[in-house]
Design a protein around this ligand. Structure first.
Ligand code: FAD
Length: 387
């Protein structure tokens, strides 16, 4: 397995154990039929509670059944899951970083008790509703709103591209609170069986097919006051969740890229043309040399990010650089790996084209590549290009 500069030699025992558990899970439970799920546009839902049993949802949180593992351990988990499929890592990212994290950070004691243990076990599923049909890269322009009504709020609006919404028990819906001054964005826990909630599935995807994506329609949905996340107000709420999820993506992309590299390396040794393995040709070696180097650089950036996060020094701009770079690397290198597999490379019998298609989503969600470019532009110049 590619780890060319032996970064993983320095792992602590717990980190090594989590990496190995996730790697074994992916090898045994995911890889055998993930290609079929991708073709059929289904998520292996039987794995949801199994992933919970293995502690794959937000193990970096403290309390409520979460063991508070190191940020490196959490990153390695994302890396191994995405070596299986970006859909699998998306499941863990949404559940852990986008739903459990905000409940843990901003929720009331009752909300934490009600949702965190059940979500950690995968017995309850959550989704994160920020993006709207007309507002993606600029979520602060959201139109979904809440109005005070007796003992709670009434929500109206529409969210789209929401991972897991059709199978979720609860959605964190980010909406403008029209009953407060300046309409601050607030987080509402909306159980999906409430009157007025619809969660249609989006079926036409050519990317992230082994992941369920849907809409959230909110038509006069009443939620009680106790369903509001009390601890946060304003765009800091959703943006802080995105920082957590993007951290996992920066790591996950390394896993997807590594899996492509390993498939291409193996194929180069096995496939004979002109009387011997194609891996003896310099053109193929050049591709592997570049792929191995770029993945190693991405891996190093992910490990450094973990150190900064562990020390409480990680800034959103650091995460932007790592998400932007590592996903671009994975996207570029998956294509080279696909190329090395010739005609076989376009099938689901091999992973690179599936990863390549998935990475189009990963390149776009959680802040597009362009938007992270602008974040870095601002970090380096002090001048904002996206207002
Ligand atoms: P747009 O914002 O319309 O962007 C279109 C293009 O314009 C992009 O190339 C973009 O980079 C570019 N652009 C936009 N603004 C600028 C600018 N200022 N300067 C230069 N270029 C710019 N969202 C959720 O809330 N929850 C989820 O669980 C979730 N899951 C997803 C799952 C999938 C499979 C997908 C595809 C998306 C998901 N998303 C989710 C939504 C995702 O975060 C958005 O698609 C993303 O933020 C981009 O928004 P958009 O699609 O509206 O594109």
């Amino acid at each position: 397995m590619l780890d060319f500069v032996n970064v993983e030699d320095d792992l602590a025992e717990e980190e090594r154990m989590i990496r190995d558990t996730a790697r074994e899970f992916v090898d045994e439970r995911v890889k055998p039929d993930i290609g079929e799920h991708f073709e059929n546009g289904t998520f292996p839902t039987d794995l949801i509670t199994e992933m919970g049993d293995l502690g794959f949802y937000a193990p970096n949180l403290e309390g409520y059944g979460s063991p508070n593992v190191s940020e490196t351990a959490y990153g390695l988990l994302m890396q191994e899951l995405e070596a299986g499929d970006s859909g699998l890592r998306s499941m863990a990212s949404v559940q852990g970083a986008l739903v459990m994290y905000p409940i843990h950070a901003y929720g009331s004691d009752e909300q934490k008790e009600e949702w965190l243990p059940a979500m950690g076990r995968g017995e309850a599923i959550g989704c994160f509703g920020l993006t709207e049909p007309e507002h993606g890269s600029n979520p602060s322009a959201m139109e979904t709103y809440a109005e005070a009504d007796g003992d709670g709020y009434v929500l109206n609006g529409a969210k789209t591209w929401i991972t897991n919404s059709p199978i979720s028990d609860v959605a964190i819906v980010w909406a403008r609170d029209r009953s407060s001054e300046d309409d601050p964005v607030r987080g509402f826990l909306v159980e999906t069986d409430r009157d007025g909630v619809s969660t249609n599935k989006i079926t036409e995807k050519l990317s992230l097919r082994a992941s369920i994506t849907g809409e959230i329609g909110l038509n006069d949905v009443h939620v009680p006051e106790e369903n509001v996340l009390p601890g946060v107000s304003g765009m800091k709420g959703p943006l802080s969740c995105l920082t957590q999820a993007r951290y996992g993506i920066a790591w996950g992309a390394v896993g997807a890229a590594r899996d492509c590299f390993e498939e291409a390396r193996q194929y180069a040794q096995d496939r004979d043309q002109f009387g011997g393995p194609i891996g003896r040709f310099q053109l193929q070696q050049r591709k592997l040399a570049e792929m191995g180097t770029q993945i190693t650089l991405a891996q190093l950036l992910a490990h450094r990010l973990a150190e900064l996060k562990e020390r409480g020094e990680m800034r959103p701009q650091h995460v932007s650089m790592a998400k932007r770079n590592n996903v671009r690397t994975a996207r570029d290198q998956s294509r080279i790996a696909r190329e090395m597999l010739g005609g076989n490379g376009i099938t689901t019998d091999y992973s690179p084209m599936r990863h390549m298609a998935n990475l189009e989503t990963v390149y776009t969600y959680e802040g597009t590549h362009d938007i992270h470019t602008l974040v870095l532009g601002e970090a380096f110049t002090g001048l904002k290009a996206y207002q």
